[in-house]
Ligand binder design. Structure first.
Ligand code: IMP
Ligand code: MG
Length: 180
């Protein structure tokens, strides 16, 4: 079974849902007076599971958009370069943008993408990441809505993969070392 490859559960489904409800409530409060709808940009594929739960925790109109960016091969170490494989569908100039990401590790991907979004002149730009590994940061990234800070362990599940596997685990766990 898929979960037999997990050494330790880091966040259960219940812990994830509780945190997401909190973040959704904060976003709902923070944007309650916004005159335009919020554009939530999910970074595929890792953020997709978090994204679908998060948008349902926001009690305001939300427009969906997605981006595919890649800084990784299939291993566990970032290569440092960022490629945009799918761009935004909408013109975001003058819009409220919330970027939704699964995890900020070295910060390379998001540092690059936030600059890219800023150049498109949104009315506001915020970053929401479920996880952050501060000890791994090599470039600075401001996270406006952060779910959990995590230690330097390779995590899978709830969207996070190892070589495209484990994304569909409903919780987040540490992979057994013998798997990679
Ligand atoms: P960064 O550019 O180094 O911040 O890398 C960010 C991306 O690396 C994330 O969007 C993930 O796709 C991937 N990543 C970083 N740490 C992990 C992890 O522990 N498990 C799975 N993917 C990870
Ligand atoms: Mg990712």
């Amino acid at each position: 079974m898929l979960k037999d490859d997990i050494a330790k559960v880091m966040f259960t489904e219940e812990e994830l849902q509780k945190k997401i409800a909190e973040i959704g409530a904060r976003i709902t409060r923070d944007y309650a007076d916004a005159e335009e709808e919020i554009y939530c940009v999910g970074i595929l594929k890792g953020a997709v599971v978090f994204y679908t739960d998060l948008v349902r925790a926001i009690d305001l109109p939300v427009r969906f958009d997605f981006m595919i960016a890649s800084s990784y091969g299939s291993g566990t170490v970032s290569s440092g370069s960022v490629k945009i494989l799918k761009d935004l569908d909408y013109d975001i100039e003058g819009k409220h943008l919330i970027v939704v990401e699964d995890i900020i590790d070295s910060g390379t991907t998001m540092n690059y993408l936030m600059k890219y979004f800023r150049e498109r002149k949104p009315a506001s730009l915020k970053l929401c990441s479920l996880l952050s590994k501060p000890s791994r940061r090599t470039v600075d990234v401001q996270i406006d809505y952060c779910g959990f800070e995590v230690p330097d362990e390779f995590l899978v599940g709830y969207g996070l993969d190892y070589a495209e596997k484990y994304r569909n685990l409903p919780f987040i766990g540490i992979l057994k070392p013998e798997i990679y």
